[in-house]
Design a protein. Structure first.
Ligand code: CLF
Ligand code: SF4
Length: 415
């Protein structure tokens, strides 16, 4: 592999990369190098399961305005991921990095992760594969990571103190058991530390992500970054907590930019800091400051799986007019599993951020919101939105029924 043992720490704590190929790949990596901003990365959401529960994570909801790790619009199989990669690569010449960043954990879905990277590397040997993980299962897969030619790995490690860790993680699922509290934090921390050490010894570039949670680990972060330096980590990325709805931390205070930059500055004495993180979605595509994932979101639709957007007040009846919808209920359908609820998508939220969002814009945004669906089921829909939906290859089905029955009827049209 390209990164075979080429890194060494210099005296001030930043890393000199000796291996020329790894150096070049790092310079072209948008997250690892500020100079890499002109290159694009693509996240492939092939890892849905997770083996821990962080108190700040909720993977149920999806909204394009809510760019945060763990969020994706679709989960792909390795073959689908390869097809999507080929398609995006054909449209994006500067695509350089392919990352597996969830929506769960890369190692809780190792077979799919491995298969995806293997196939993509065969198709495009110049690609830089990048993994992101919570680190719980890292020690087990070091040799395979190196063998696969993964040169860049991000580990999210929020603490090296079990008392603090116990406040951040609700549980871990480890060797067939659910472990909680201090014991869970110790296992997680030990595996993270061992995994990071062994990776850096093998010459893999490791970036440490740290989620800053005010009142919990904020004052502890300098200790974590000192440890990172000791372990040969390339740089640390201190990120503010995004208090996601429905999580233990949903009401936690926000971290201001001032607070964030102060702690980064303090830690920069020990180790290189990342200042340009976008806290990306698990299906992000493009250069860091311009996410283009929306353009490629209906990819799976082409592969034959059915997806329906339903206009419903509470998810039981199809009882809303298209123009009145504030949130769509999204369902999947296949012959084996039948009707399956996937997620809710808020339409209003898509407009927030656009100043003076007009009714017309709302309709357009509503259509974009469901661009990956085969059809939308409503009790009534106007001619104009129907036409616009059709132009995007989305059918409109007017029906008044229960959601389940309505979807079954709609699915028959595609049989
Ligand atoms: Fe993706 Fe992460 Fe690789 Fe980058 S993201 S797996 S290292 S290719 Fe980058 Fe996004 Fe921040 Fe991550 S901006 S969230 S640091
Ligand atoms: Fe969510 Fe990632 Fe934590 Fe798993 S490791 S619970 S996907 S934030």
């Amino acid at each position: 592999m390209g990164c075979g043992g080429g890194c060494a720490s210099n005296s001030c704590g930043s890393i000199d990369i000796k291996d020329e190929e790894l150096k070049k790949k790092t310079e072209m990596h948008p997250c690892y190098s500020e100079g890499g901003h002109k290159y694009a990365r693509m996240h492939l959401p092939v890892a849905p399961a997770c083996n821990i529960q962080c108190n700040y994570c909720n993977r149920l909801y999806d909204c394009v305005n809510e760019s945060r790790p763990g969020v994706t619009s679709e989960v792909l199989l390795p073959e689908e991921a390869l097809e999507k990669y080929k398609f995006v690569k054909s449209k994006m010449e500067n695509l350089q990095v392919v990352g597996i960043a969830g929506p769960g954990d890369a190692f809780a879905n190792w077979e799919n992760t491995k298969e995806t990277i293997k196939m993509i590397k065969e198709f495009d040997p110049n690609v830089t594969p990048c993994l992101s993980t919570n680190g719980l299962m890292l020690p087990k897969y070091i040799d395979e990571i190196v063998e696969l030619g993964v040169s860049h790995v991000t580990v999210t490690m929020n603490s090296i103190d079990p008392e603090i860790g116990a406040q951040i993680y609700e549980y871990i699922s480890y060797e067939g058991s659910i472990v909680k509290g201090r014991e869970a934090a110790i296992i997680l921390q030990n595996n993270q530390l061992e995994g990071i050490k062994r990776l850096t010894e093998k010459g893999v570039l490791v970036k440490l992500n740290i989620v800053m949670v005010k009142g919990i680990n904020d004052r502890h972060i300098p200790q974590v970054t000192k440890k990172a330096k000791e372990l040969g980590v390339f740089m640390t990325n201190i990120m503010p907590l995004i208090p996601a709805k429905g999580t233990v931390f949903e009401n936690m205070p926000l971290v201001s930019n001032k607070e964030l930059n102060e702690i980064r500055k303090e830690c920069s004495i020990d180790i290189k800091q990342m200042y340009h993180c976008q806290q990306c979605r698990a299906d992000a595509i493009g250069v860091l400051n311009q996410d283009r994932s929306l353009e490629f979101r209906n990819f799976k639709k082409k592969s034959g799986e059915l997806k329906f957007a339903v206009a419903s007040k509470d998810g039981t009846l199809i009882d809303q007019h298209f123009g009145h919808v504030e949130k769509f209920y999204i369902y999947g359908y296949d012959k084996v599993n039948g009707v399956k609820f996937l997620e809710e998508r808020k339409v209003e939220k898509y407009c927030i951020g656009k100043e003076n969002c007009s009714e017309e814009e709302k309709k357009t945004t509503a259509i974009d919101t469901i661009a990956d669906c085969n059809a939308v089921l409503t009790v009534r829909i106007g001619y104009e939105p129907k036409r616009k939906l059709k132009a995007k290859n989305i059918d409109s089905i007017e029906i008044y029924d229960t959601v389940e029955e309505g979807i079954r009827v709609a699915a028959k049209k595609y049989a």
